[in-house]
Design a binder for this molecule. Sequence first.
Ligand SMILES: NC(=O)c1ccc[n+]([C@@H]2O[C@H](COP(=O)([O-])OP(=O)(O)OC[C@H]3O[C@@H](n4cnc5c(N)ncnc54)[C@H](O)[C@@H]3O)[C@@H](O)[C@H]2O)c1
Ligand SMILES: *[C@@H]1O[C@H](CO)[C@@H](O)[C@H](O)[C@H]1NC(C)=O
Ligand SMILES: *[C@@H]1O[C@H](CO)[C@@H](O)[C@H](O)[C@H]1NC(C)=O
Length: 487
Amino acid sequence: MPPSGITDAAAKGVKLERYASGGALLLRRAASGKLVSASSHLLFRATVLATLALVFLFTLHYPSLLSRSFHLSSSASTSTSLASSSAQHSHRSLLMSSSPSTSAAGTYSGAKWEEQIRRSARPARDGGISVLVTGAAGFVGTHCSLALKARGDGVLGLDNFNAYYDPALKRARQALLASRGVLILDADINDALLLAKLFDVAAFTHVLHLAAQAGVRYAMEAPQTYVASNVAGLVSVFEAAAKHADPQPAIVWASSSSVYGLNTDAPFSEDHRTDRPASLYAATKKAGEAIAHAYNHIYGLSLTGLRFFTVYGPWGRPDMAYFSFASAIVAGEPITLFADARRDFTFIDDVVRGCLGALDTAGRSTGSARTGKKTGPAPLRVYNLGNTSPVPVTRMVAILEKLLGKKANKRVVTMPSNGDVPFTHANVSHAAHDFGYRPTTSLEAGLRHFVDWFVDYYKLDVKIATANAKPTDNKTAKKKKKMSASS
Ligand SMILES: NC(=O)c1ccc[n+]([C@@H]2O[C@H](COP(=O)([O-])OP(=O)(O)OC[C@H]3O[C@@H](n4cnc5c(N)ncnc54)[C@H](O)[C@@H]3O)[C@@H](O)[C@H]2O)c1
Ligand SMILES: *[C@@H]1O[C@H](CO)[C@@H](O)[C@H](O)[C@H]1NC(C)=O
Ligand SMILES: *[C@@H]1O[C@H](CO)[C@@H](O)[C@H](O)[C@H]1NC(C)=O
């Protein structure tokens, strides 16, 4: 791995640091003037050294040092939706760099690199598709990439490995994908130069755009990261697909059930109101749907938005309630849940089937009217991908308690109006009709899969209860190892 070093970013008072547990390099903004002046003293020597080091490193290794644009002030924070583990609530901020002009495109180059890209993106079966998966080191991106690769499609991943939650988990997912022959580039979706280059190197038939700043309540702490990834980043991906790909790929991207906001008509159907978002996160996803409409209209891009409903499962997100609750129960820490909250929890395998179904039925992009290639309107679609049966969050906790053989230390409060909505419930009849989407996993069965993975991944000394058994002796459910995630 590349060692820490100072790049030309030092000129902007920015220092590269190694993130201890993740092994990832992070740009940390110099907080004090002292560091800035120290940096400028060292600037000349550092620049010379860094240039030499970078030339050396970049010939060895592709990961970008320049697109790393996040700031981590603490790794011990959990910002969950529906809940918060009240212990150890330290503030964490995560800001996009103000230097979008840096690109990994120069970093990523050479015949060898291009061949790695093509190899990862090349389908292994006749009629296989070639998919650029953004957010591939994320929860949903990892599972979709594995499923596509397993059926013989070509997959190239892209992810910026930001520290919104434990980057070590993202790196572990990257290693899993690497073992199956899927490469994940370390880059930001706002890197227009790199995206253009990728479309040049590989002829992607599809883009599965999942990269985003997720989480409802973190939007109050770091609003600009939502704008940067979910609005600017979305435009960057659509621009590249519209203007730098020939032929244009079909795009399937992740919207969210949160667009239903304060909607109370249940179950939520695609034609229900989505103009009352309850969080900035929801507002950026709603903006994304409007942006998708414009790119479909102007450039003839085939665009499919998927409104996911509370996706959970193995390799999941530590910031989400089911995951942070499991961590807190094992650690014996208190959890806070919102009374009367209900969620349409949807198991990851069901969502993956929905994503692949959406890709397979996407229809072609038709090109823009401007270039005279327009052959008719390109598809513009939106689908709910939920489980169709909302479950009280208290019930979700009861299932976790049973599986982990240990009672949670619960604090039940009324839901504050800071982003979460009281319930979600999907009507999936459109997805069922158009690509046979049928969720089949109960919350009991799905959480069992999650807990199996959770206990194994964190090497916990927990004997998992069988579905119908009583909770095991809760004194045996001791934590063996301090978890780095979601403590
Ligand atoms: N999991 C859910 O319940 C849920 C529900 C509704 C919508 N969604 C949406 O589905 C998508 C996938 O969600 P997930 O649960 O896998 O989240 P995730 O955070 O695990 O995955 C997103 C990935 O995108 C990467 N990323 C973020 N900003 C980026 C940027 N600017 N450039 C490159 N990479 C970037 C992150 O590092 C992360 O690995 C997201 O768009 C999310 O908003 C998820
Ligand atoms: C679900 O949506 C379909 C299509 O919009 C609609 O015909 C059906 O009545 C809805 N189901 C419910 C229970 O609302
Ligand atoms: C163990 O479980 C019992 C009953 O399920 C409960 O009353 C008790 O508080 C639990 N003890 C601990 C330490 O969690």
